[in-house]
Design a protein around this ligand. Sequence first.
Ligand code: FAD
Length: 463
Amino acid sequence: MTVSVVLFTNDLRLHDHPPLRAALGGDRQVVPLFVRDRAIEKAGFAVPNRSAFLADCLRDLDEGLRARGGRLIVRSGDVVRQTCAVAAEAGADEVHMAGEHTRYARHREDRLRAALEADGRRLYVHDGVVTAVEPGALTPAGSDHFAVFTPYFRRWNDHRPHEPLTAPRRVPVPDTVSSEPVPARSEVTGTSPALAAGGEKEGRKRLTAWLRGAATAYDTRHDDLAGDATSRLSPHLHFGTLSAAEAVHRARRAGGPGAEAFVRQVCWRDFHRQVLAARPACADRDYRTRHDQWRTDETAADDIEAWKQGMTGYPIVDAAMRQLAHEGWMHNRGRLLTASFLAKTLYVDWRIGARHFLSLLVDGDIANNQLNWQWVAGTGTDSRPNRVLNPVIQGKRYDPDGAYVRRWVPELAGVEGPAIHEPWKLPPGRRPRQDYPDPIVDLAEGLARFRRARDLDRDRGGD
Ligand code: FAD
């Protein structure tokens, strides 16, 4: 019988998996392979929260394969060398994998293709596995990518992704290929205490529950910090335990303004990926050069530390930063306002904030994280790059009675109502009993510093 290898990366599922379907075509045996890629570990990307979630995903994938007569093959090391070794062991003549668009993924694909071809094997790279709409599938006249979201969304919304594929009934795996043990979540230390569970079953359960429940009010409630009314599907979309195309199909089928608003958010994910695919250097370089002279003085180091610890003295910023540490996840509104606070009010290089987010986020993703940070910092695709979010106004607007702050900042638990967003204004008798810092920066001074810096930018001809 002929054999194919399916190399799983950010697509840890059995439903709607074009590479697996193609590999199984013509009555083939399949080697479902996951390589614990040392290069990703060395680059510091395999942080505890994502490693633990990944372990759940691999365990669940292995269980799903076993229920279909197969099993997952796990190897560690250099992904190209390991894939070639497994293909040779299994006598496979082809390898299938999902297309990805980061610099690293492209380099991996090129190396793998060359190494396989040198051994007389073929690499098949499948589109539409990681995104709903493939980067490059939609381009505006005269450019290789969309730099503005709204026209991208219009085109994206008219472009129907492929119909989701069902999971295969049987996955016959040859006995001859050896595997390392599937990693267990319990082997990972240093995770956030309330980290979500991973795996395809969990992702599918969450999507179903979400579309039947809170999604109906998503259009009106998504920014309610205390209401926690978003899908929390981001880690599943990141690890591919849920197909973005399937999520879009099912949300469209559910219909209604909530589901439509959700589909629009999923489009942001594809939008950032098509920007990164066209400009891979933007993972660490400014998309638009602003000539920023980010702070590097000693007080900046103290401010960065206070921001990381959730001790800035601005309750909404501190609540969101503490949610990140505790759950390895943060609400989108929290991400926006904490990033604006660091990059604009404190005028600290967005890369420092992005790195901290990536060290904790369970959905930490190069395209979404770096390009959202750039969007907020004004070096990215935001058409209003100089807007600065005021944390007091943001707090009063998106956490009007302070429930979110009270949940995450116990020092302020006794403060009632919106006054919680400005504890420094409380009369002495209503001040928090426990220690809570005074604001580390005056908002007007922070704004003036940012504006001065961006005026300088205009003089230098930044765009
Ligand atoms: P929902 O509101 O339910 O949205 C559904 C899905 O749409 C999300 O799961 C996500 O895949 C996608 N989505 C929603 N908003 C965005 C957005 N602004 N950009 C791209 N995709 C979006 N998202 C990540 O997945 N990984 C990251 O590393 C990441 N870093 C971010 C950093 C900053 C500074 C900011 C402002 C945003 C970042 N986001 C990131 C985007 C967004 O905050 C999260 O996707 C969202 O909060 C995840 O929660 P949810 O699944 O409940 O989202």
